[in-house]
Design a protein around this ligand. Structure first.
Ligand SMILES: Nc1nc2c(c(=O)[nH]1)N[C@H]1C(S)=C(S)[C@@H](COP(=O)(O)OP(=O)(O)OC[C@H]3O[C@@H](n4cnc5c(N)ncnc54)[C@H](O)[C@@H]3O)O[C@H]1N2
Ligand code: MOO
Ligand SMILES: [Mg+2]
Length: 396
């Protein structure tokens, strides 16, 4: 993420150059040229990209020039090689031209791409491949970027096993920590701290205290609801953290909490996997991106047609894990697998969250609904149809 505006330090291109393989000429030499009246210009040199012809050209002369090579002095146009013919007369090479060439034709002008001083990339922009190309263009080997926020993940739960451990009675493997690890990286953060703790007050307290020291942002999963062994609210209290909120009118993730300590935010995410996932995407991600200095921190929102009935009414706003697809140019959002907060498998395929506002009735297939996009980078299968020309056709 750039932390300063990136401005052009010189014009690009910084010299006039040819966009084609052809001949650099003085356009005035072709004033008399026509289909039945070819003109012959003497070819005085041949230059490839990276080379220059410093003697310049006079009227009725030409330099054979390749794409990317600098336009010699005296030339104000380039004619493509396909439109010419080379002829040799008396041991001299000439280019035959059968049309008038306009001044400036096929010349890439100075600053046509980028102008010196122009702000090209505002700060808060991710260094994408295009930005990398721009940095390289200006010879910028080092640029100021924002520090990735250091993130801590603490999974709470006496039922949790490490991924390497065999299953035991009543126990499950800790999947949330790995999911959050991936979400942190996807959002631009740097996971630096991980603990798996039992449902034990002291152990949880110590882990959170340690995490606040080592990270810029702390996430816990589980232990945040009203169970006998849900210690996160008490941990916040003992740490002297300021509770920001401890419930959200949404499903899943209604137990999502946040507190502030020493200027750092502690997010108490649900233990239920899908609720944890949604809590991260809706609350942690924008905060993390704000810390990064990014300008657009929220998930992209658009509209889509609901792919199937969603009959369950709910007093809370629902965020339904869904898969997007285009059908005949229209975006469809199909809920994936089971829509319960304890489900893991729906997260595999989900690339969007359908937003269904709370109310007393369900939603029917085909309703236009808001969707938040989770992943932008997925490709498509090879197009199986030809590209159609959809420009308005003139009536005859
Ligand atoms: N009486 C009530 N019970 C519950 C309520 C309520 O309002 N009243 N809310 C329910 C909702 S909604 C949710 S969501 C959960 C949230 O519970 P916690 O955030 O306290 O999480 P835990 O109780 O620790 O665990 C919930 C569930 O998730 C599994 N889990 C926990 N950590 C992980 C992990 N790292 N990887 C995979 N799975 C994990 C855990 O085993 C539990 O099954 O509370 C409801 N209860
Ligand atoms: O927080 Mo719970 O996920 O609302 O189902
Ligand atoms: Mg609980």
């Amino acid at each position: 993420m750039l932390s300063e505006d990136l401005a052009a330090t010189h014009d690009v291109p910084w010299f006039k150059r040819s966009p084609y393989d052809g001949y650099a000429i003085f356009s005035g030499s072709t004033l008399e040229a026509g289909a039945d009246h070819p003109v012959l210009l003497e070819v005085v040199a041949t230059i490839g990209a990276g080379f220059t012809w410093d003697e310049g050209i006079k009227p009725n002369q030409a330099v054979k020039i390749m794409t990317g090579a600098a336009i010699p002095d005296g030339a104000d146009a380039v004619i493509m090689v396909e439109l010419t013919k080379e002829v040799v007369q008396n041991g001299k090479t000439f280019v035959q031209i059968k049309r008038k060439v306009r001044p400036g034709e096929n010349i890439v002008g100075i600053g046509e791409d980028m102008k010196k001083g122009e702000v090209l990339v505002p700060k808060g922009t991710i260094v994408n491949p295009g930005v990398m190309a721009t940095l390289a263009t200006f010879g910028m080997t080092e640029v100021p970027v924002t520090k990735k926020p250091k993130a801590a993940v603490i999974a709470t739960g006496s039922e949790l096993l490490e991924v390497g451990e065999p299953l035991e009675k009543g126990k499950i493997r800790n999947s949330n920590a790995y999911m959050l690890w991936g979400q942190i990286i996807r959002a631009g953060g740097e996971p630096v701290f991980y603990r798996l703790v039992k449902d034990d007050f002291e152990e949880t307290y110590e882990a959170v205290r340690q995490a606040v020291k080592e990270a810029d942002i702390v996430m816990t999963t589980g232990g945040v609801s009203v169970g006998d062994f849900d210690y996160i609210p008490k941990v916040y209290e003992k740490l002297g953290a300021t509770l920001l909120f401890n419930k959200v009118a949404m499903r899943p993730g209604s137990v999502t909490s946040a507190a502030e300590l020493d200027g750092k935010i502690l997010f108490g995410l649900s233990g239920n996997p899908s609720a944890c996932y949604v809590g991260f995407e809706l609350f942690v991600r924008p905060y993390l991106k704000t810390m990064l200095g990014e300008r657009n921190v929220y998930l992209k929102k658009t509209q889509a047609l609901l792919g199937e009935d969603f009959p369950k009414p709910n007093p809370f706003t629902r965020f339904v894990r869904a898969k997007l697809s285009y059908q005949e140019g229209l975006l469809h959002a199909l809920p994936v697998r089971r829509d319960k907060s304890n489900i893991v498998s729906s997260l595999i395929e989900a690339d969007a969250l359908i937003v269904l506002p709370g109310g007393s009735r369900g939603f029917t297939k085909g309703t236009m609904v808001d969707v938040l996009m989770l992943e932008d980078g997925e490709g498509a299968p090879l197009w199986d149809e030809n590209i159609t020309d959809r420009r308005p056709q003139r009536q005859r």
